[in-house]
Design a protein around this ligand. Sequence first.
Ligand code: FEO
Length: 169
Amino acid sequence: MKQNIQDILNRQIQLEASSSQTYLAMAVWAENKGYTGTTDFLYAHADEERMHMLKLIKFLNERGGEAVIPALNAPKSDYKDLHEVFSTLLEHELHVTDSINEIVYICLQEKDYTTHNFMQWYVSEQLEEEALARTVLDKLKLIGDDKGGLYLFDNDMKTIQAESQIQIQ
Ligand code: FEO
């Protein structure tokens, strides 16, 4: 595997790892605020990001590259409200999508069609993750600061969590 492909995959490993930590910190925040549905959703989302990281690690190692387990900065741990949590989440996912698209572009330039093919899974996954984050954020915008609405929203997150698990499997 070419060194530059190896390097960008290792950079993606770091990004998926930091995504996992970011969502884990969000889950802890939500748990301490008593948002139980959102907590479950975010813990599961953190696990998914770890799975995204592991998939890259295994691919790199299987193809004769060397996965590097990176040091990570501490994630943001305090949020003003659920709006800030989910707008940060969407922003983060958009950043991940940009990074995946760049990898796909470089794979084509380097004619590395195996990695290009492997990355298609991430392209589809990003579509789903962005759509989910937008749906959640749209709901929150409708609710605004209404406490009853936020309570129902949090309950709904349990259903959203279950549905997104079904889509992923
Ligand atoms: Fe692994 Fe949410 O991107």
